[in-house]
Design a protein around this ligand. Structure first.
Ligand code: NAG
Ligand code: NAG
Ligand code: NAG
Ligand code: NAG
Ligand code: NAG
Length: 466
């Protein structure tokens, strides 16, 4: 893992950037303030800015996000990143309607204008024109902005190459299987490198609800990304070479610079509940690790089915669960499984997945979690919810053969018991463990000194800082 110690060591030996006009360079960073988007962009920028102490970086995000993002230990080493607030797009006196998507949509509708204002402020404040825009890939409007400013545009795609493929080929997909009569199981077998894809795997907005703000943003993104100077992606070159090449062929330059957990400075998550010590007492590949990430919790009947499956199978488990377990899980479950398992509010996920005692990870299959499992060498049981998660699930089940989904994407007792037994104690599970170990090895190779991600990172730094 890319730790604070490693970062400090690297900063002390950095070469610095010696471009002639280095003091005039001004990089504006435009972060998407929802979900798990801004944190990876900031860690990417921290590494670049750490390399270039004389270049000004302006990080533009909402006030609310600034308060949570810039609280880690890194900033004292990189004083050249300054925060500028972008208005959140909500009207004066906004009262939440209860629809969690509403503030996101309002922000999306307002953002091109809000960012323009914040950038003007950063330019006036620093006295330096913007020479490079580093943005979330969602920000299609940066293509025009960069062109007007004669600046470079370097978007970051925080998910995998296969989801990017579906956004770049959205028009083709709509043309071939659009309309209202699409069946879930309908094959989408015409995307190069991804013949296993089905209509129900596609991210929201590709073929359904195509007029919404989010869908419109993703569609425009797919059309504008080819104008970018270079696109950075939190992935590594051998994840799926055919898909990588196909999606990359649409762009000027696609740079695999991940997995970020290994290539960019990470915030430390302490092991306050003693998970690692607990794992030390368990045999290799014997423990089930469960986490659905920071933004979703399965509905009560699925949590109950999962709890019952764990009791029935008897495998030891660590369950990262937000909220009160006594309220969320079946009555008596926490008492009955006191020695079998450990339920914690926060867990140091990467450290846990690296531990030899872990046998399987049950996850929502967000891209960051899939990468963590690959880096940890752990097979997956997948219960996807939204966005790219169903696509990731299809990849790990049908292409990499490193995991399984549950029936119709829902945790029932039967399907969860079957999936657990398959991975923990069958021949097929052994094969999946071997397959994920191979992917793990390619990820580790990619970040070694002469590996592809390491080299791509140097190219990226060169582009942003010249
Ligand atoms: C950065 O700026 C300082 C002070 O202006 C200067 O001494 C130093 O040589 C510069 N470093 C690089 C790498 O340009
Ligand atoms: C961002 O957060 C930092 C640290 O919490 C604070 O010092 C700074 O004033 C904030 N900046 C803005 C523009 O809100
Ligand atoms: C910034 O760009 C504007 C318009 O292109 C130009 O007039 C101005 O001189 C530039 N400012 C600096 C500090 O380079
Ligand atoms: C358990 O895994 C560790 C690390 O992979 C390995 O060194 C050790 O030999 C394994 N132990 C057994 C009993 O297989
Ligand atoms: C990386 O490549 C360079 C040039 O090919 C070589 O000199 C160096 O030994 C390599 N380093 C490692 C760690 O493989």
């Amino acid at each position: 893992m890319y730790t604070l110690a490693r970062f400090k060591n690297w900063v002390s030996t950095r070469r610095g950037v010696h471009a002639p006009n280095v003091d005039k360079l001004h990089v504006a960073v435009l972060a998407f303030p929802f979900g798990t988007h801004a944190a990876p962009l900031l860690s990417l920028v921290r590494r670049i800015a750490g390399e270039a102490p004389n270049i000004t970086f302006s990080f533009l995000s909402t006030r609310k996000l600034n308060a949570t993002l810039f609280s880690g230990p890194y900033d004292e080493f990189i004083p050249n990143i300054k925060h500028y607030s972008v208005h959140d797009g909500l009207p004066e006196g906004y009262v939440p309607s209860g629809n969690p998507q509403e503030p996101v949509f309002m922000f999306i509708n307002a953002m091109p204008e809000m960012y323009k204002r914040a950038m003007d402020e950063a330019v006036a404040d620093t006295g330096k024109n913007i020479t490079c825009l580093v943005t979330d890939a969602f920000y299609w409007f940066a293509a025009d902005l960069a062109q007007k400013m004669h600046a470079k545009w370097v978007p970051l795609w925080t998910a995998g190459p296969h989801s990017l493929l579906t956004h770049v080929y959205t028009d083709l997909i709509r043309e071939r299987i659009g309309g209202t009569n699409v069946r879930d199981a309908q094959k989408v077998d015409f995307l190069p490198g991804f013949p296993e894809l089905k209509a129900c795997d596609l991210p929201e907005g590709v073929i359904d609800d195509t007029d919404g703000p989010f869908a419109t943003m993703l569609h425009k993104m797919g059309l504008e990304l080819p104008r970018a100077t270079a696109i950075a992606i939190n992935s590594f070159e051998t994840v799926h070479t055919r898909i990588e090449n196909e999606v990359g062929s649409n762009f000027k330059l696609l740079l695999n610079v991940g997995p970020f957990i290994l290539t960019t400075p990470q915030n430390l998550i302490s092991d306050e509940h003693g998970c690692l010590e607990w794992l030390n007492k368990h045999e290799n590949a014997s423990v089930v690790y469960i986490s659905f990430g920071s933004s979703v919790t399965p509905p009560p009947h699925e949590l109950a089915a999962l709890a019952e499956s764990l009791e029935e199978c008897g495998f030891p488990f660590i369950w990262a669960l937000r909220g009160d377990p006594k309220e969320k899980l079946p009555e008596g479950f926490t008492e009955r499984t006191r020695t079998q398992g450990k339920i914690v509010a926060w867990a140091p996920q990467m450290e846990i997945l690296k531990h030899s005692a872990i046998g399987v990870c049950l996850t929502h299959s967000g891209w960051n979690s899939v990468l963590d499992c690959i880096v940890g060498g752990v097979p997956i049981i997948s219960r996807p919810f939204f966005g790219d998660q169903r696509l990731n699930s299809r990849m790990l089940e049908s292409i990499w053969d490193i995991g399984v989904g549950v029936d119709h994407g829902v945790l029932t007792k039967e399907s969860t018991v079957n999936a657990l037994k398959l991975i923990m104690s069958s021949e097929k599970g052994m094969v999946m463990r071997q397959n994920v170990a191979k992917l793990q090895e390619s990820a580790l190779q990619a970040v070694e000194q002469n590996g592809s991600s390491a080299k791509n990172f140097l190219t990226l730094i060169q582009i942003v800082t010249s």
